[in-house]
Design a protein around this ligand. Structure first.
Ligand code: ZN
Length: 501
């Protein structure tokens, strides 16, 4: 791998975001090689972006494994090109939780740079896993608009619309090449309580951005990704029109923006709020409060807010409330029935048991099948990619990530129709590309590995190498995007555009 980094230039390497099919375990490396001094000496700067866990670890077939992570052991051991920083785009486990397992396995990591909320989540994980403080990497809190320099590389922090607070992208610039690493994002300019994707900053930087390492997770949907405002308006409309006393709105635990949107909708409709859910939900809810948002301040005595669903706690709410949280059952205390209750389900499969409960009690409910805008969505649709491409004046070359490799092969024709320029060669994990202003070339290729994580004791993690290969139909994440369906969709998007032209 080291041999590949001989020539002067900027190199990009995906380690987890470009899998054969299922997508998670994100980690990417940027290395800049420059000449330094007269005797042909070279300087090297490496940065890592994200270190997530691979969700479908069960499919790897390693006995007693509890997680899997991308293999960056060689990168960490390479003294010459050791990463100087680990930049974190956001707090989701597939971008963050690999850190924990590496520390547990005895590795030391470079200083981490992340938003306040991201580092709050990381802090919580470090405590939960009992990692001794002396092993913690250094924390650097970053904000949108910050600029850092690491040797010959500079990094600008760009705000991104995603489903958690402090989601960022990065402009990573060497002497002659600039890459916009988007992180998970959509274009949505209506995010609540946090900065949206900074289109103004991107427009200003358009002339210098050569590549976009882009989130392609949602590109099999057309148009722009669901806006938070659309979710809010739909919730308000539903709460007002059904005229029931008790409204149940289950939300996905790692999407705190949905807690807020549902809360704002309840407030608009002057309905009290009961937060109710599992441990995960209350952990994230506490994080939102610690981050600085106060539901009481927002309520300003217009509605009552309860964090408990005891009989006594519910009494002052006078049977008029919205229940917000991660729940799959309806405890008796809510006395929910056909006459007084209504359900609004905001995720496609997560709340299937709850649907069963609604049916059992004859309670009417709507789902994302009825109103797709009910589901908060954090990733770019194809329309977002087009919009980003326009914002960047169609000058940048897109390097797709966060999607199965086959999707990149299949979207090429559509991309061409829409004047979205893609990296000619479909990138796969563990390959290294040398990014020049005018062209990119493959500098290294070797099979990528996952490291299955087994805990022999709570204090020591042990890694087992497994080659990365398709895992569809195996493990607990059996679902994957079917190639056929994807191809069909891209065809239909193309026909639509050709008709328009
Ligand atoms: Zn995410």
């Amino acid at each position: 791998m080291r041999e590949a980094l001989k020539k002067i230039g900027l190199y990009w390497q995906p380690l987890g975001g470009n899998n054969p099919d299922q997508i998670s375990g994100h980690c990417y490396r940027y290395t800049d090689i420059r000449s330094a001094g007269r005797n042909g000496q070279k300087s090297s700067v490496s940065l890592l972006v994200d270190l997530g866990k691979f969700d479908n670890y069960q499919a790897l077939g390693v006995k007693n494994a509890t997680a899997a992570v991308p293999d960056i052991r060689e990168i960490l051991a390479d003294k010459k090109n050791a990463p100087q920083a680990l930049l974190l785009t956001h707090s989701h486990p597939d971008h963050l939780n690999g850190i924990i397992h590496y520390l547990k396995a005895g590795y030391r990591l470079p200083p981490v740079y992340g938003g306040k909320y991201t580092l709050m989540i990381l802090y919580d994980l470090l405590c939960e896993f009992n990692i001794p403080r002396r092993l913690w990497p250094k924390f650097h809190v970053i904000r949108a608009g910050d600029k850092f320099t690491f040797g010959s590389l500079s990094v600008d922090v760009v705000s991104s619309s995603h489903t958690c607070f402090d989601s960022f992208g990065f402009l990573i610039s060497s002497q002659d090449v600039c890459v916009y690493h988007t992180g998970d994002m959509k274009i949505d300019q209506t995010t609540c309580f946090r900065k949206s994707t900074d289109l103004k900053m991107l427009k200003q930087a358009a002339s210098k951005i050569d590549y976009v390492v882009a989130d392609f997770y949602g590109i099999s949907s057309d148009g722009l990704a669901v806006q938070e405002r659309s979710t809010y308006l739909r919730l308000v409309h539903l709460i007002q029109s059904v005229q029931k006393n008790k409204i149940f709105i289950p939300v996905y635990p790692t999407h705190p923006e949905m807690y807020l949107i549902a809360f704002m909708a309840a407030l608009k409709c002057k309905k009290n709020v009961v937060f109710y859910g599992n441990v995960d939900f209350f952990t994230y809810l506490k994080m939102v409060v610690d981050y600085g948002l106060s539901f009481e301040n927002m309520a300003k005595n217009r509605i009552k807010v309860s964090y408990s669903h005891d009989k006594e706690a519910l009494l002052p709410l006078k049977d008029d409330y919205v229940v917000i949280g991660t729940f799959n059952e309806l405890p008796d205390v809510f006395e929910a029935n056909r006459k007084n209750s209504f359900g609004i389900i905001t995720a496609s499969t997560f709340f299937n048991p709850l649907k069963g409960q609604f049916n059992l009690h004859n309670i009417k409910f709507v789902t994302v099948d009825d109103y797709p805008e009910l589901q908060g969505y954090g990733h770019a649709f194809w329309g977002d990619v087009e919009k980003l491409n326009q914002t960047l004046e169609q000058k940048a070359c897109f390097i797709p990530t966060h999607c199965p490799v086959f999707m990149i092969d299949d979207v090429r024709e559509l991309a061409q129709t829409c004047d979205v320029r893609l990296l000619p060669q479909t990138p796969q994990n563990n390959q290294i590309f040398r990014l020049e202003k005018e062209r990119a070339s493959l500098a290294f290729s070797a099979p990528a590995k996952w490291l299955a994580v087994v805990y022999n004791s709570p204090d020591s993690a042990f890694f087992t190498e497994v080659l990365q290969k398709p895992t569809s139909g195996k493990g607990f994440l059996k679902r994957t995007i079917s190639r056929k369906r994807c191809q069909k969709k891209f065809k239909s998007f193309m026909i639509k555009r050709k008709k328009r032209k």
